[in-house]
Ligand binder design. Structure first.
Ligand code: ZN
Length: 378
């Protein structure tokens, strides 16, 4: 039975458990996979691509466990364009399949050594088989961004005529820029009318921007992973795309407050730490140090914060460091209950700068207490 609600303006499709897990050196246990799927469901993603049943063993068990967990999201399995892969997916009880095949001549010649015509026939056969099992079908077009566009149009028309509900446009090696992505998606939408998922890789740091550009050009399925985990430089980050949707007014129905827990769990399970400056979930993105910024935020946070830190489970902190100014220092002293006046302030600022240069980081509250204590006694 299909689980995707029809007629939505946007669908978020998470592939942390498939593409994210394909990151070199990352492997999730089946309990970890189930826990991540539950957290994704809490965030409200529409579809979760959970793995590749044809791998068998624990991978197929994890897919079955997630499909039976009673989640709200549609559960999708990744398949090559073969009857065997789709039979393995159907046996796991998923409601949706991604039937993936390369579409660029580069991949067809050097990887599959198959002609365009053969690949098209294989995909159509696989789609027809999946249809008999009542599965929701997406056809993944690997390396679409380097494929011949006339062939893509022919391919999209043929696979949707066979029963595919949407196609996944993969920028497999992350080479597109947002303007080019928008032009490509707009043309495919205009000429075929088919629903498109964008699946963008981050090799040039463009994955989120390309996903947003594709959405604005008419792709209503947005492929993402938590923390942007994925092959090489990763995929578009779930948390960034959700924040964009909220900011643009299209994010109703997604629970941003849940992304902190999800992203922390995925970081721990994958062994890939979240950089402190990572958009949306980095622990230091609401830390303010430099004089003008700290002073501004203390007067009105919206001067230097695009949204409330609490919205994503983070906290605002005024950090005392090399660039701290008067306002931050006074604020910190008040917070710590330390005596401070105009006379002491200049001495304290010198002591703080000296202390910071010695330890090469911002100061802890205890270090600040020591410095202010020394200055006060002089
Ligand atoms: Zn990918």
């Amino acid at each position: 039975m299909e689980k995707l609600s029809p007629g939505k303006a946007v669908y978020v499709v998470d592939t942390t458990l498939r593409d994210g897990e394909q990151t070199a050196g990352v492997a999730f246990g089946k309990d970890e996979k189930l826990a991540i799927a539950r957290l994704l469901d809490t965030v409200g993603v529409d579809q979760i691509e959970v793995g590749t049943p044809a791998m068998g063993g624990e991978e197929a068990e994890a897919v079955s466990m997630i499909a039976a967990a009673g989640l709200k999201a549609s559960i999708m399995a990744w398949c090559r364009a073969t009857v065997g892969d789709i039979a393995a997916a159907a046996a796991c009880g998923v409601d949706a399949v991604e039937i993936s095949s390369p579409v660029s001549d580069l991949h067809l010649r050097h990887k599959l050594r198959l002609s365009r015509a053969t690949v098209l026939v294989n995909t159509i056969t696989a789609v027809a088989y999946a249809r008999k099992h009542g599965l929701y079908i997406s056809v993944g077009m690997e390396d679409a961004s380097r494929a011949d566009e006339e062939f893509l149009l022919e391919y999209i028309r043929a696979v949707t005529a066979a029963g595919a509900r949407r196609v996944r446009y993969c920028d497999t090696v992350g080479i597109l820029d947002p303007l080019t992505m928008a032009v490509r998606i707009e043309r495919l939408r205009r000429e075929t009318g088919v629903e498109i998922e964008v699946h963008a890789h981050n090799d040039f740091g463009m994955a989120t921007a390309n996903t947003v550009a594709a959405y604005q050009a008419g792709a209503c399925f947005l492929g993402v992973t938590a923390n942007g985990l994925g092959e090489r430089a990763g995929n578009a980050a779930l948390e960034e795309v959700l924040m964009f949707l909220r900011h643009s007014g299209d994010g109703a129905g997604y629970n941003l407050a849940g992304v902190q827990m999800l992203c922390q769990y995925v970081a721990a399970a994958s062994g890939r730490i979240i950089p402190a400056w990572k958009p949306v979930v980095g622990q230091a993105i609401f830390h303010h140090e430099s004089g003008i910024h700290a002073d501004g935020v203390l007067k009105n946070p919206s001067l230097y914060e695009p949204y409330n830190p609490a919205d994503v489970g983070l906290e605002r902190r005024i950090v005392i460091g090399k660039h701290s100014g008067r306002a931050a220092l006074l604020h910190k002293c008040r917070e710590l209950g330390l005596p401070m006046n105009e006379e002491l302030l200049a001495f304290a600022a010198v002591g703080i700068k000296r202390g910071v240069l010695k330890v090469k980081r911002s100061l802890t509250d205890d270090e600040i207490r020591d410095i202010i204590g020394t200055v006060s006694r002089v």
